[in-house]
Design a binder for this molecule. Structure first.
Ligand SMILES: NC(=O)c1ccc[n+]([C@@H]2O[C@H](COP(=O)([O-])OP(=O)(O)OC[C@H]3O[C@@H](n4cnc5c(N)ncnc54)[C@H](OP(=O)(O)O)[C@@H]3O)[C@@H](O)[C@H]2O)c1
Length: 345
């Protein structure tokens, strides 16, 4: 074990996944898991899949000294606590939106401003497929939002290829599971209200628009539906390129962008039941599936991507980014597959 780690906000959904990953990580030793409401309870009390861990929640008021602190807390906590987090850890990996956006102006527009805007420039976005070169040595990593992660991974090859630039406004629709709302949930996420829905909860104006525009360099037409699954985010883009493209072009661009990526699989047609990206097949893993289809009648390119929102969209991405930031083998602790067959995730 080379590095010690703590998880602040460890009783939540993303925090629980961090505990699961760090407990079995070959290079991390998990020393602290915090929860204000469950202090002194075993972590298995909140996360029954972790009953075998000999670890109890402690208060975030007394942070132990560690190498890496993972913060899986609601928006606003990390920006208020960052000095204390840094007092206890050399590296902070924040899963909230507090340090994702590159400018204070964007926080004024999409959130309620920012109390530590001077740190935004040095914070590194934690989506390794995008920021692998910037992460080594970073002391503040901000992992991407789950909807933004699914969206960015889908379109990245077309942006890199120059097929999509600022002149088009691609349309993307994301379907997301209820765990996105966190363990606290709320009325909209309660079982009777959520079960069976296809609820367009953010047809316009979703906060992740800002993140997508900042990291893809494009304005996007972005809508999100809450659907009846627990885990998963599935993004579908509709792109109308200026020039006609072929299926061969698309395969070439996606292969070029992703063939060396350890956690991205291209799933684009072919045989079998699962011919396009599917949240169910990546549930519980750090893997992303991306794929595409071409409509020859009008030149439309449909791009589809699927991730597990609490893994590739949160905890898995955070551990992946920490691995790269610390110079650990990139796939350490994350190289496991999903289940098949499996029930609704
Ligand atoms: N769920 C997802 O799919 C997802 C995806 C990407 C990013 N994220 C982001 O990850 C963060 C955590 O999300 P989540 O879904 O895991 O939320 P959650 O289930 O509601 O968990 C929040 C955690 O933070 C703790 N907490 C709350 N207020 C705190 C405070 N002031 N100080 C210290 N700890 C505090 C809570 O426990 P106590 O109240 O007991 O302390 C709990 O452990 C959020 O910022 C979210 O936006 C979530």
């Amino acid at each position: 074990m080379s590095y010690t780690a703590s998880v602040v906000g460890a009783s939540g959904f993303a925090g629980g996944e961090l505990l699961r990953l760090l407990a079995d990580h070959p290079e991390f030793s998990l020393v602290q898991a915090t929860s204000r409401s469950k202090t002194n309870r075993t972590v298995g009390h909140a996360h029954p899949n972790l009953r075998d861990l000999d670890l109890r929640f402690s208060t975030p008021d007394d942070l132990e000294s560690v190498d890496v602190l993972f913060a899986a807390t609601p928006h606003g906590v990390s920006m208020a606590e960052i000095d204390r987090f840094w007092d206890s850890a050399d590296t902070v990996v924040d899963l909230s939106a507090d340090f994702r956006l590159p400018s204070e102006a964007l926080y004024d527009e999409y959130y309620d401003g920012h109390s530590r805007p001077e740190l935004l420039e040095s914070a590194v976005y934690g989506l390794v497929e995008l920021t692998r070169e910037e992460l080594p040595g970073a002391d503040l990593v901000a992992t991407g939002g789950c909807n933004a992660t699914a969206t960015i991974l889908g379109l990245l090859p077309l942006v890199d290829a120059g097929l999509v630039d600022g002149t088009q406004q691609p349309v993307v629709d994301v379907k997301v599971g209820s765990s996105e709302g966190g363990a606290g949930g709320g009325e909209a996420s309660s079982h009777p209200e959520r079960s069976g829905v296809v609820r367009p909860y953010a047809p316009t104006g979703h906060r992740h628009e800002a993140e997508i525009a900042a990291f893809l360099g494009l304005d996007v037409a972005f809508s999100v539906h809450a659907v009846d699954m627990i885990r998963g985010a599935s993004a579908t883009w509709h792109v109308f390129p200026d020039e006609p493209v072929s299926k061969r072009d698309l395969w070439g661009w996606y292969r070029e962008r992703y063939e060396d990526e350890p956690f991205v699989d291209i799933v684009a047609g072919g045989g079998g039941v699962y011919r396009y990206p599917e949240p169910k097949t990546v549930a519980g893993t750090n893997r992303a599936e991306v794929g595409f289809a071409l409509d020859p009648s009008n030149g439309r390119v449909v791009v589809i991507s699927a991730i597990d929102n609490v893994m590739k969209g949160a905890a898995g991405q955070a551990v992946h980014a920490a691995n790269v930031a610390l110079g650990i083998e990139e796939t350490a602790g994350l190289n496991f597959r999903g289940l098949h067959p499996v029930g609704a995730p």
